[in-house]
Design a protein around this ligand. Structure first.
Ligand SMILES: [Zn+2]
Ligand SMILES: [Zn+2]
Length: 237
């Protein structure tokens, strides 16, 4: 099992270091984690240099494989990300999400277009918390676009526990659509403290209710993760 959505103190509003997060992941028996701190346009977020220096972190810590990534902000309706291509090109994994302050608010049609354009952005491997009620979207259009664009959709455990109140019915609907259309899913803890790395309990239950098995969830297998990322990265240029 792997957790592909993890924050460290570099995000500015998360509270554990890389070593603390990796140690916690090892203690929980995770095989792999992705460090996905927020992109630079998040208030208190890291400077772009943060992403340029990730080579300072080894590829494995305490027996846990470490992917170097970002949770980039979608900053306009064209689906532009808040990190330059030269930096994105060096990352192992790119998550993209709509975030308050960083992403323009709009109508359902405008939000849907923004999210689909982000999925068409060749850098984006996974779209995170699409069930956020702050950015209501046409969920069927989003799930269909995810299948067409070969982008994975996250079911975010924090959206079902501590963050983005009101997400649950949207996540439920998205899971039902993912089951119907065969969209690939990623379970993310969206951990902002080492203790919650690998916490997927609520999200697992939600998928179970929709009869979605582990083979549809990329982070249940390290091989499935690499298969997705390698295929995506061949399309980058
Ligand atoms: Zn987020
Ligand atoms: Zn996050």
């Amino acid at each position: 099992m792997a957790d592909l959505h993890v924050h460290t103190i570099a995000s500015g509003h998360a509270y554990s270091t890389v070593l603390e997060v990796a140690r916690a992941a090892a203690d929980k028996g995770l095989e792999l984690i992705a460090l996905t701190d927020h992109g630079p346009s998040m208030p208190g977020g890291p400077h772009p240099y943060h992403f340029g220096n990730l080579a300072a972190i080894p590829a494995e810590l305490f027996g846990v494989r470490i992917l170097k990534g970002v949770e980039a902000n979608v900053i306009d309706r064209e689906g532009t990300l808040d990190l330059e291509d030269t930096r994105l090109a060096k990352l192992d994994i790119v998550l993209a999400g709509l975030h308050t302050v960083c992403s323009p608010y709009g109508t359902v049609a405008e939000n849907t277009l923004m999210m689909i354009n982000a999925m068409k952005n060749p850098w984006v491997d996974i779209i995170v918390h699409p069930g956020n009620p702050e950015y209501p979207v046409d969920e069927e259009a989003v799930v269909k676009a995810a299948v067409e664009q070969d982008v994975v959709i996250e079911i975010n455990n924090s959206s079902l526990t501590v963050s983005r109140k009101g997400s649950r019915p949207h996540c439920d609907h998205i899971a039902a659509l993912a089951k119907a259309y065969g969209a690939k899913i990623m379970l993310g803890s969206d951990s902002h403290l080492a203790l919650s790395v690998g916490n997927f309990g609520e999200a697992v239950e939600l998928l179970y209710n929709h009869d979605i098995g582990p083979e549809q969830v990329i982070n249940t297998s390290v091989d499935r993760i690499y298969e997705h990322l390698n295929r995506r990265h061949r399309n980058r240029n």
